[in-house]
Unconditional design. Sequence first.
Length: 227
Amino acid sequence: MHTNTLIHGDCLRILPTLAAGSIQFILTDPPYITRYQSRDGRTVPNDDNDRWLKPAFAYMYRALAKDSFCVSFYGWPQADKFMQAYKTAGFRVEGHFAFPKRYTSSTRYVRYQHECAHLLTKGNPLYPKETIGDVIDWTYSGNRLHPTQKPLSVLLPLIETFSRPEATVLDPFAGSGSSLLAAKMLGRSYIGIELDAKYHAIARRRLEAERIPPAAVARHAQAFATQ
């Protein structure tokens, strides 16, 4: 399959077409299985069931090269289901990220003010030359393009730390394409899959329209070096 491509379709159908071991890093934000609805009424496909969860991670494991990393955001209310899916697929859980917010996403018994992700490995990848802390500040994206849009500021250091410049980055739940755009900013190749036609079109236009000036990449590299 060609790299630097965004595919409209079901990842459970498309992931098996990727060559085994052809991906060097996975960064993905799958549905949290929480029936999420944003304040303006937008929803996330397949957020109302977990039928896709185990097969998706099994296919991701197959596509990922040996001794490589995967970072997956997840919804803490369903943490047990995500952990079971990772381990059934063959992944090892090697780390946990917390992304504190300066605002409240919603309020129930407590004010929800953070996101989280797991660092997974296949095999035994080398330790990164320059690593990062497991608490990364969250900058509000505005969620203009997708109801659960992730900010580039948290995706860039994950890609830079856990993949090499020649890597191909995979996101089977691409949404508005933020992970793919971050990969592009850092000179990585990418493959994205998005089920929803509307979000696929948004991500495609975003990737085609945004030309990343070298100065922007240099600014990020300098900021990363001072962390």
